[in-house]
Every structure is written in C-alpha cells, then in structure tokens.
Write a protein that binds this ligand. Structure first.
Ligand code: GAP
Length: 442
C-alpha cells in the first residue's frame, strides 16, 4: 500500500487549529524541535498511554511500572555509554552556513539549501543536554537530562526486584520525557528535542532471549493493528550490523510508511546484559541475580521495546486524516479508532429551547467520567464537521421530537448514518463503541 497522500502541512495546521499541538513559546518565536500540547493533544496522549498500558496488561506477563527522574548524574551516563557514544555526525555548509546531519545528505552532492558544494569536515555532535546541579561547580555536580527513559530502570533494577518480590522473566515499564539535542529536528513531532517515550525493559535468562524477542515483535505489531493502523503501512525491519546502537546485539524496528518514507516508529532491541554489567562495574554494586538451580549469579539479558508517544500521535493523525467530498463540500475527518478518540461523544441541541435538556444529558455523561463536549452554536452541519475534524466517534442531537419521545439522534462519524435511540441507551452505546477508555477516570 502507498503512503497516505496527507501532507505534513495539513496535519500541522489541524493540530494548531483544533488544539492538539502548538509550537512551544510561539509568541516569542518558538524553540525549534520543542512543542506544547493543547487540550485535545493532552486527551489524545492520555488515550495513547492508556492503550499502551492496557496492551501490556493483556499479555499475561509480569510487568511493573516505574517512573525515574529526568535528571541523572554524569556517572550514570558514563556507565551507560552515552557520554562517549551518544552523538550524531554533523556537517556545515560553508556557503549558507546551514547545519545538517551528515547521514541525512549526500556529501558528494551540492547543498540542498543553496546549491553550492562546500562542506566542512564531518564532526561528532553530542546529543545530551548537560547542566549542573546545585551551587558548587565540580565534576560531581554535572548532570544530564535523560536521552532515554531506560537507564533509570537499569540503575534501579535491584531496588525494583527486591521491593516488588518479582523474579525473571519480568518487565519494567516506564512512560516519561526524554531529551535530545537533535542536530536537525524535523517533520514536526517526528524528531523533537523534548519528547515522551514508552519503554519496556524485559529481563530474562540469556537462553530465552530469542523466544522473547519474537514474542515482543509480535505483541508490539499487534498493538498497532489494534489501534487501527493499516497493516499494509506497518512493517518490521531488522537493523544491519552497522546500524546497531552501541548497546544492541540485534534490533528490529516497527516502521510506518509516512508520507516522507518508511521510518522507525518503535525500536525492539536485544540489549543483552550490556546495561546491568556496565552499571555493576561503574557503581561497584552487584546487579547480578542468583540462579537457585545452578547456584550461580548471572546478569539477566534484556529485550527492550521503545516508542515515542509524540511520534505515535503523529502516526495516528496521518493514519486517521481523510478529506472526503460530501455534496459540494470537503469534510475533514479524523477516523481515529474510537477507543483512543480524545472526545468520545458530542452533545448538540437543535435550537435554543433544547439547550437545558441537552446540557442535562451532557452532564450525566460527563459525571460518568466520559470525555464529552457540548456545542450549542452554529448549524448542525457545521457542528458535525467540527467534531469530525477532531475524531469524535458520535454526535448526540436533542431535537423537537426528543421532548415527546425521550429519544435522541445518534450520528456516526465514519458512515455519517443516523439512528434514533432512547435517552437511557446513550451512555451504554458510547461505552460499547469506545470501550472503557471512554470513561476517563477508569
Ligand atoms: N531506549 C532506546 C531508545 O531510546 P531510540 O531508537 O533512540 O531507542 C526509541 O528511541 C523511540 O523513541 C523511537 O523509535 C521513536 O519512536 C522515539 N524517538 C527517538 N528520538 C526521538 C525524537 N527526537 N523525537 C521524537 N521521538 C523520538
């Protein structure tokens, strides 16, 4: 299947217009590669987090959640290898002074910005944000914002294992921010300088690594299918040996066919015992575990699944965005899977006399914790279009007949078909369609 024809500009415009994502500090000119999340973006990101957590819970595996600090001491990043290895090749155009990732361009060709071929030497550019903690200035006070959530999991491996009384194989999962001083942040949410990751570190015996690597590849692909992403626009791609990160023995990416090509959505990596071994050596704390059968201590091996929420949000918007001709109008519709739609239902009144009754139905649904909106202004057609554009699966309209028959019209986003249902069927219908995720406080 071809990549969707939707352009990045259409998605960026929709995100700003409807309050999913804004350029950060826009009124001051913005900060490149950094974004603020608007009200609908907050709802959608929360849906994505919940869907990810639900997908782990249904796997029948032992997984605990963890939340590490964003700042880490230099010693942690020395042990993980990030202070030495976490860089990208950088090159500047001597003519227009534009800066590129050297692996993004052809150095044998002219600069894509100014057309002149005059490059500097390729240099390594370090990607971590460095800072210092407290008032004293010494190497002990150097800290870095984390470039991945994983390391705080490895550093806490023994703490978590002991306090949770859990045995391998088991997973530690974390959702949280990560920071990378990307040379060229681009494609909107695809490559950002501040972003959020969802990571699972799966600890197992070395002999089971291959089986769990296969299990995780299947489970992660199934997750994206469940979110409604077309299987034809998803693929697994194994890394060539020269592509592997410094910690990885084998990596397979889940790739999505973006309009700008097949790109990584999630990385699934066999990290071996690299991290626990490194942290043991650097901290002097023994992070091995004891095998009751062989009576030997050993380092568990790790299979890691890591995806950026913002990159997934962008993927879901590309996947869901449609422009359809309806009569002589164009309708923009986000065909998001109902279980992750930021708003599950919108309540509309047909005219002024129906406002109070519509509000009552809306408040009843809201009190159940369902994500709902109410809209009393504009033509019904325009209000439908507004909800279509943010992916609301159903609109509920209270009209003249509702006064007598205690029924409303429910209108479905994708088919635009309408049905008459009684008041007391509204909430069950929303929950059936959107699942328990529609009840946001679940
Ligand atoms: N712990 C392993 C790790 O961080 P990675 O491949 O560098 O591996 C994992 O990142 C995922 O995080 C990527 O597949 C992508 O979804 C997301 N990601 C990485 N860098 C990103 C960036 N600059 N902006 C947005 N998302 C990013």
């Amino acid at each position: 299947m071809e990549a969707k024809q939707t352009s990045l500009d259409q998605i960026v415009a929709l995100c700003k217009r409807r309050g999913f994502v804004y350029q950060s500090a826009e009124i001051y000119g913005g900060l490149n590669g950094v974004y603020d999340i608007g009200p609908l973006g907050v709802l959608l990101k929360e849906q994505i987090r919940n869907a990810w957590k639900r997908s782990l819970a249904t796997l029948d595996l032992d997984i605990v959640m963890f939340e590490g600090a964003l700042l880490g001491p230099e010693a942690l990043w020395n042990a993980s290898g990030h202070t030495t290895n976490f860089h990208d090749p950088l090159v500047d155009c001597l003519n227009c002074k534009h800066r590129f990732r050297a692996d993004d361009i052809d150095l044998a060709a002219a600069c894509p910005r100014c057309g002149i071929q005059q490059w500097t030497e390729v240099r390594e550019f370090h990607l971590m944000f460095k800072t210092s903690v407290g008032a004293a200035i010494s190497s002990q006070h150097i800290a870095y914002l984390r470039p991945e959530t994983a390391q705080s999991i490895f550093a806490n491996f023994k703490n978590i294992m002991t306090s949770s009384r859990i045995r391998i194989p088991f997973g530690i999962a974390q959702i949280g921010k990560a920071f990378r001083n990307e040379i060229t942040p681009k494609q909107f949410l695809f490559r950002m300088r501040e972003f959020e990751q969802m990571e699972i570190e799966w600890f197992c015996h070395e002999r089971d690594t291959v089986a769990f690597f296969d299990l995780w590849k299947g489970a992660r692909l199934a997750f994206y299918h469940h979110l409604g992403i077309s299987p034809a626009r998803l693929r697994l791609r194994a890394h060539e040996s020269q592509e592997l990160a410094h910690y990885s023995q084998a990596t397979t990416d889940v790739e999505y066919h973006f309009p700008f090509g097949w790109k990584e959505l999630e990385g699934i990596a066999c990290r071996g015992d690299f991290d626990l071994r490194q942290h043991s050596q650097h901290s002097g704390k023994d992070l091995r575990i004891f095998d009751e059968i062989t009576k030997e201590s050993f380092y568990p091996h790790v299979v890691e699944c890591s995806v950026g929420i913002d990159r997934l949000l962008l993927t879901l918007l590309f996947e869901a965005y449609e422009e359809e001709s309806v009569g002589d109008e164009t309708r923009v519709v986000l065909k998001l899977h109902p279980s992750i739609a930021p708003v599950s239902a919108a309540f509309l009144s047909l005219n002024k006399e129906h406002v109070a009754a519509t509000d009552t139905l809306y408040r009843t649904a809201r009190a159940q914790g369902i994500s709902v909106q109410v809209d009393h202004s504009g033509s019904i057609g325009k209000r439908y279009r507004r909800q279509d554009e943010i992916g609301t699966p159903v609109c509920i309209t209270y009209d003249f007949d509702s006064v007598h028959d205690h029924c409303v019209t429910i209108r479905f986003r994708d088919s635009m078909q309408q049905e008459r249902i009684p008041f007391n069927a509204i909430i069950p219908r929303i929950i059936t369609l959107c699942g328990n995720s529609s009840a946001k406080n679940n």
